[in-house]
Design a protein around this ligand. Structure first.
Ligand code: SAM
Length: 284
């Protein structure tokens, strides 16, 4: 197995396959030998649990995932990596790579097609330019995952694991909180990557609830409310929601009152338990 945390190996592969790192695709590859085994350890509950990886890079994490799980399916957008992976993953017969944009994949159909009835966990060092959209895409899809263990920028980790109603919270926080439990596992300094990004990172794990708090349709509606609310978080909820959802102020004020909320409440102060009720009262 090629040692993909060795800079000499990385340089050799890049030169041989004339590969240049695309900043625009978030190509910061892991070079700390301890991080990928740790992600695999936290992310894979048992060998029979399949793994969906998003973004293979040179395959440093893919290799570790395939040592722990019977089946790994990786989705990678950058086809220039094809000859590199043919070399780095050659020793494994339990990995398949699907050359696609993860945002264009229907997660539920993808799991059915590639894993059948097998449980599936997501493990990834996510491309930073698109972290929240990818997580929203997975969480909103209604696809069932055992867990989602991902590397994200430190600030994003804080946002994702925040409480709704706290200052760090955003729309993605609500998507996470309504679907499961989120925890920060460990921090990863910027020099653990090549090329090194400008900020530090952290690995988080989202474990979906066995019984979801809401249906995918309800989640979709709540997220409409939440996106409108957080888009104008400094405004009062009445003003923010009425312009974001294009509803009369009186209707929003009545919905807030029906949920026992003060007319001057700011959206970021509204707690998780009230979001569903408020969405229903708004008729979103
Ligand atoms: N897993 C590797 C590692 O840890 O070194 C690479 C991680 S790198 C941060 C992110 C990877 O995601 C890159 O290989 C990039 O080409 C890929 N990627 C970027 N956008 C993507 C998308 N929309 N769909 C699938 N893969 C994408």
């Amino acid at each position: 197995m090629l040692e993909l945390t060795d800079m000499q190996v990385i340089r050799m592969l890049a030169k041989k396959h004339r590969f240049s790192f695309a900043k625009g695709l978030g190509q910061n590859f892991l070079i700390d030998p301890e991080v990928c085994p740790a992600i695999a350890e936290y992310g894979i509950p048992s060998p029979d649990c399949g793994v969906l990886e998003i973004g293979t890079g040179f395959g440093v994490l893919t290799q570790q995932l395939a040592l722990k799980s019977e089946q790994v399916v990786a989705v990678e957008l950058d086809r220039r990596l094809q000859p590199v992976l043919a070399e780095t993953l050659a020793d494994f017969d339990n990995i398949s790579v699907v050359w696609q944009d993860i945002m264009k994949v229907d997660p539920a159909a993808f799991l059915q097609e590639h894993f059948g009835s097998r449980d599936v966990a997501v493990c990834a060092n996510l491309p930073y330019y698109i972290t929240s959209p990818i997580l929203m895409h997975l969480l909103e899809s209604g696809a069932k995952f055992r867990s989602i263990t991902v590397m994200v920028q430190k600030e994003a980790a804080e946002r994702l694991c925040a409480e709704i109603g706290s200052r760090q919270a955003g729309a993605v926080t609500a998507a996470v909180r309504l679907r499961g439990h989120a925890e920060q596992l460990f921090g990863v300094p910027r020099d653990s990557f090549y090329p090194a990004p400008k900020v530090d990172s952290a690995v988080i794990r989202i474990t979906p609830f066995d019984t979801p708090l809401c249906t995918p349709e309800q989640l979709h509606s709540v997220l409409k409310t939440v996106r409108a609310g957080f888009a104008q978080r400094r405004k009062t909820a009445v003003n923010g929601l009425s312009s974001g959802l294009e509803l009369p102020k009186e209707q929003v004020a009545a919905a807030l009152a029906a949920c026992g909320l003060d007319a001057n409440v700011r959206f970021e102060q509204i707690g998780q338990d009230t979001l569903l009720a408020l969405t229903e009262a708004l008729g979103v």
